[in-house]
Design a protein around this ligand. Sequence first.
Ligand SMILES: *[C@@H]1O[C@H](CO)[C@@H](O)[C@H](O)[C@H]1NC(C)=O
Length: 289
Amino acid sequence: MTFQTLTTIALTLFVAFKDVHAVTPSPGCGQNQASGTVSSTTTVNGKRRSYITNVPANYNSSNPYRLIFMFHGWGNSASAVANGQQGFLPFMGLPPLANGEGDPIGAISVAPEGLNSAWANSGGEDIAFVDQMIKEIESRLCIDQNLRFSTGFSYGASMSYAIACARAKQFRAVAIISGAKLSGCDDGGRRDPIAFYGQHGSSDGTIPIASGKQLRDTFVANNGCTKQTVVDAAAGSGAMVKTQYQGCKKGFPVTWVSFDGGHTSTPTTRGAAKSFTPDETWVFFRQFT
Ligand SMILES: *[C@@H]1O[C@H](CO)[C@@H](O)[C@H](O)[C@H]1NC(C)=O
């Protein structure tokens, strides 16, 4: 073997290793144990803001966790997301999946409260709120700073989209559940890639599916995926159709799910006892370790 070959192998191994194992522990690692659901308030640009944090019962401050933000829809609240009201599953159904025995990392869930029950993100004030929450949460809890995620429904999905645009380097992936561009997309002209899951009902009468596709197509482009023609779930089919885009930059996949249904965070396929949203969101998020 030549030196060059060895160098190539070493580099390949290094890159592969780095991809899988890079952990950036937050300042909260090694601090006091804590678990349960806690409400916090803070001040951002002179405005009082609040959020609810869920820490799993078996939390161990020696281990860096995923951090998952979950933004409520217009007229909903953080407590509706936390408690599973107003059409939401508790913390969008993710804690039982993320903190099950099968997952070695686990997740801390955060339900933030919007101003006037919305996410207008005027002048970037909601992105500033996100920055502030990250700082506060990561100073007291052990988070892997490479494993921050955001999801949300409707206006809250739009807020997750604003995060995908403005904080692509701080977050690993987003899951946009029935969203539109309602909270802006201040990407500073950088068009950074971020792993993107989008989901929308074919017959959504509140936010048309075309709006969800616009968000998706922004990241199909930013992530360098091959454009393709996607046929959405047909009305009356009772189905969901999942498309995984090909050719995306490594580590920046795009998944699109359309379903036969309207404006809901918990759609089901015909005959199914429970919604596919938590499972599909978790399958997308858990690939990042
Ligand atoms: C917490 O995790 C560390 C590192 O994995 C382990 O050594 C320790 O025993 C764990 N503590 C508890 C209480 O499980």
